[in-house]
Each structure stands twice: as structure tokens, then as C-alpha cells.
Design a protein around this ligand. Structure first.
Ligand code: SAH
Length: 227
């Protein structure tokens, strides 16, 4: 893992256009705090594509990006993988901006948005995803709880983390049995600026959770399980 297929010219154009449109939309609604093209290339496109090898080796089927914001990492991964994709965010202004962007990219047959919380999507479409991602959404224990009811058995959850916190990892490990999720791989990389560390964790749904999920909206993030 770690080797990414290079984008085709067409894929590179779509990746660039996504970033350009996000930076433009940013003038109206706050999709990202990154406002500069070079920073956007690094911290949005390159960072988003870090999990591409994991996405490509996940089971075939529908892909969802939880707490997608401006579509990161979901839209770059959709562009590179061709998977049926759902970009999930609870803030309607963000998913509406993404709907406009998806249309301008011509990806409306492949990429859709869901306006609502991951917990609401889990009630609406339980166990309907083969693979999920999340970047900058929440702590690992909360993330595992949000992902578990959405994934089919054998489905995988690819978590993007800026820094690895041992206590957070230990907490998540203690919840594996309750949530039916098991850590299957960890990879650490530095982005091409040479100074930005990143980790990619892959968790697989190996069993049904022993608790009823989703809990009430907000609970997973406000009061994460403590094992
Ligand atoms: N993944 C993007 C955005 C991170 S900010 C990036 O890395 O650039 C976190 C986003 O998650 C926000 O847009 C927020 O509206 C959304 N969010 C927070 N909790 C959520 C939940 N439970 N379900 C869906 N979206 C959520």
C-alpha cells in the first residue's frame, strides 16, 4: 500500500475543478478554512488521495464520506475510484454547495449527497455501505459508533487522522467488541511538504454490534461509549 495510481488527465482536471469550485463557493459559505490554491492542492487533494489504496482494496460496493464538508476526502476518492458515492453532511448549505459542484463536474450519475447526520442516514439506509471514510469529523470512538450501523458485514471504514493519540486508540480498541468493528491496518505517511504527518486507520465490520445503533443523534459525539 502507499502507491497511488497517477490521475489521468481527465481525473486531474476534475480534481482541480473541484478545488477551484470549493475555493469559489467559500466566498459565500464557509466550506473550508483553506483559501489558497497551493495549500488546497496539498491539504485537500493530496491528503484526500492518501486513502486511495485502502479504498481501492475495500470490498466492492457503495461508498460514503461522513462529515464531508467541501467534499474531502469523498469527492477526490470518487473521481479516482469511479465508485457510487454518497457525500454526507448535516449542514444543508454544504450539501447544496456540493450538489452544484457535482453537477459542474458532470458526476451527478455517480456522486450524491445526503443532508443529515450520519445517525439519520443509518436509520434511513442501514448496513448499505461497503466502505466509508471520515476526515476531521470526530474522535475514533465516536467515529466507530457512527460507522458501524451503516456498514454491511465485511465493510470497511477508512479513518483519516492528523495525529495519532494513544489514549484515543486505546479507547477505540476497547470498543471493538461492542461495536463489531476491528482494526485491520494502520499506515503513517508524511505529505509531500515533508512536514505534515498523517495516519490512515482501516476498521472492518466483523460482527453485528452488541448494542442497538444508532443511538439518538448527537450521542456518539457528545457522549462516546467508554467500553
Ligand atoms: N471532511 C471535511 C470536513 C471536516 S469538518 C474535511 O476534512 O475537510 C466536519 C464536518 O462534519 C462538518 O461539515 C460538519 O457539518 C459535519 N458533521 C459533524 N457531525 C456530523 C454528523 N454526525 N453527521 C454528518 N455530518 C456531521
Amino acid at each position: 500500500m502507499g502507491m497511488n495510481p497517477a490521475p489521468t488527465i481527465e481525473q486531474q482536471e476534475l480534481l482541480d475543478l473541484h478545488l477551484q469550485l470549493v475555493l469559489e463557493e467559500n466566498q459565500r459559505s464557509n466550506l473550508t478554512r483553506i483559501t489558497d490554491w497551493e495549500q488546497g492542492q496539498l491539504l485537500h487533494i493530496e491528503d484526500s488521495l492518501l486513502g486511495l489504496p485502502e479504498l481501492l482494496s475495500a470490498p466492492a460496493g457503495r461508498y460514503g464520506d461522513l462529515g464531508t464538508g467541501g467534499g474531502f476526502p469523498g469527492l477526490p476518492l470518487a473521481i479516482m475510484s469511479g465508485r457510487q458515492t454518497v457525500l454526507v453532511d448535516s449542514v444543508a448549505k454544504k450539501t447544496q454547495a456540493l450538489d452544484r459542484i457535482i453537477e459542474q463536474l458532470g458526476l451527478q450519475d455517480q456522486v450524491h449527497t445526503f443532508t443529515g447526520r450520519a445517525e439519520e442516514l443509518a436509520l434511513d439506509q442501514p448496513e448499505s455501505f461497503a466502505v466509508l471514510t471520515a476526515r476531521a469529523l470526530s474522535s475514533l470512538p465516536s467515529l466507530l459508533e457512527l460507522a458501524a450501523p451503516l456498514l454491511q458485514l465485511g465493510g470497511q471504514f477508512i479513518c483519516y487522522k492528523a495525529q495519532v493519540d494513544d489514549a484515543e486508540l486505546a479507547q477505540a480498541a476497547q470498543l471493538e467488541e461492542k461495536l463489531g468493528m476491528k482494526l485491520v491496518s494502520t499506515r503513517s505517511e508524511t505529505l509531500s511538504d515533508g512536514t505534515t504527518p498523517r495516519s490512515i486507520f482501516v476498521l472492518e465490520k466483523v460482527a453485528e454490534p452488541t448494542v442497538k445503533l444508532p443511538r439518538r443523534p448527537g450521542m456518539a459525539q457528545k457522549r462516546p461509549y467508554k467500553a
